[in-house]
Design a protein around this ligand. Structure first.
Ligand SMILES: [Zn+2]
Length: 390
């Protein structure tokens, strides 16, 4: 098979975005003054005010609030938007550690783009808890946030989906099929994204209709925290596909290698040298399936056009294993995405801590391992033969 790597690299000419339609201008205002819950104190007040309801439907808010409240000197909180469901309006919080405006590098971590995959939020909060604890007693750990690296966390991108136990948002739209980017090859029926009906899964939204709030929030965050000449790594946490935990590099919209494939291969090798007994399958998402509307495909290409380096990774926790070990889980929709047995749940919460610590260190030390000169070519060759051969 002949493979064309996109010839562009970071410093290359901008590529045209693969847009199926221009993004319509929608009039969505973030944090309107009359409903503003924009900082930690107001976030805390909201959680306390709706404690009973949130405990039932989105208990992750309570856990998050506890972490924020106990670490107000470390974590800066902003509420980026509010989304209504039933009689309540749920905030989409953003947490920042360090200063992303002045830091040399930034790590962005997002979870629960698919609401029902709440185990992602829980694993992320488990890591956040350990991170802020260490911040208190490890001076070296703390000092990295002075100028080297900053962390931006969106622990619950789609809180309405969490509330309703659905993959989609409150309008039935799957945010990770919603980006204006079309797959270049046939995608699996439904799974690859569809515009037939919001009653079916993987609904992309109506063509040309307004952009969903959760997508706008992501876009705002990417635009805000990426800058030319500053590497930004991103990890988006999901669950539900496959028997094994997988780390996916873009793309989902095409089988051709991403232009940054040498960087991803260097990261994979770095990871495997440091964690030789890890159990992740690290490969392009296109090896699993293609889809339309992948948000990270879209953001990567958008950044590339602006000469900004965004390196997204998707962690897909292989939940089929949890179902295999406990088939009764298949009877509950959320059980397909979530380990329901306590010891398995605890194991999932601890099993990704090392990965997130590693990604933070890799982001901070990007200059130490990014392939340069001949290494670039070598990494590219390894990647092509490992990932892109038939
Ligand atoms: Zn997902």
């Amino acid at each position: 098979m002949t493979v064309n790597v996109e010839t562009s690299s970071l410093a290359s000419q901008p590529l045209p975005l693969v847009l199926d339609e221009p993004m319509p201008d929608t009039q969505v205002t973030f944090n309107e003054a009359d409903s503003a819950l924009t900082n930690a104190a107001q976030f805390h007040e909201f959680i306390q005010c709706h404690k009973g309801q949130l405990k039932t439907y989105v208990p992750e808010y309570l856990e998050l609030d506890k972490i924020i409240f106990q670490n107000q000197d470390v974590i800066q909180v902003d509420v980026l938007a509010h989304v209504p469901v039933n009689n309540i309006t749920l905030p989409i919080p953003q947490l920042v550690i360090g200063n992303p405006d002045t830091s040399k590098t930034t790590l962005i971590i997002t979870a629960a783009i698919h609401g029902v995959e709440r185990i992602g939020t829980q694993a992320l909060l488990a890591w956040l808890q350990s991170l802020v604890q260490r911040y208190r007693w490890d001076g070296l750990w703390r000092s990295q946030f002075e100028e080297e690296v900053a962390i931006v966390i969106l622990p619950m991108v789609n809180p309405v989906g969490m509330y309703l136990n659905t993959r989609a948002n409150g309008n039935g739209v799957d945010i990770n099929r919603h980006a204006p980017i079309e797959a270049e090859d046939p995608v699996p029926f439904l799974l690859g994204g569809q515009r037939i009906s919001k009653r079916l899964p993987w609904y992309r939204g109506k063509k040309g209709a307004s952009i969903q709030m959760e997508f706008q929030v992501l876009q705002q965050v990417i635009e805000r925290f990426t800058q030319p000449d500053k590497p930004v790594l991103a990890l988006d946490i999901h669950s539900g596909f496959g028997f094994r935990d997988q780390l996916w590099i873009p793309y989902a919209f095409r089988r051709q290698p991403i232009s940054d494939v040498p960087v991803y291969m260097a990261l994979k090798i770095l990871w495997e040298r440091n964690y030789p007994n890890h159990n992740y399958k690290f490969e392009p998402q296109s090896t699993a399936y293609l889809s339309h509307g992948d948000v990270w495909d879209y953001f990567h290409r958008q950044c590339q056009q602006q000469n900004k380096l965004l390196l997204p990774l998707t962690l897909e926790m292989g939940s089929w294993n949890w179902v295999k070990k406990r088939p009764i889980q298949i009877l509950s929709f959320s059980g397909l995405f979530h380990p329901t047995v306590p010891h398995r749940h605890a194991r999932v919460l601890r099993q990704h801590l090392g990965l997130m610590d590693f990604l933070l260190a890799a982001t901070r030390n990007f200059d130490q391992w990014k392939p340069q000169g001949d290494q670039w070519y070598a990494m590219e060759q390894v990647a092509l033969s490992m990932w892109y051969q038939d």
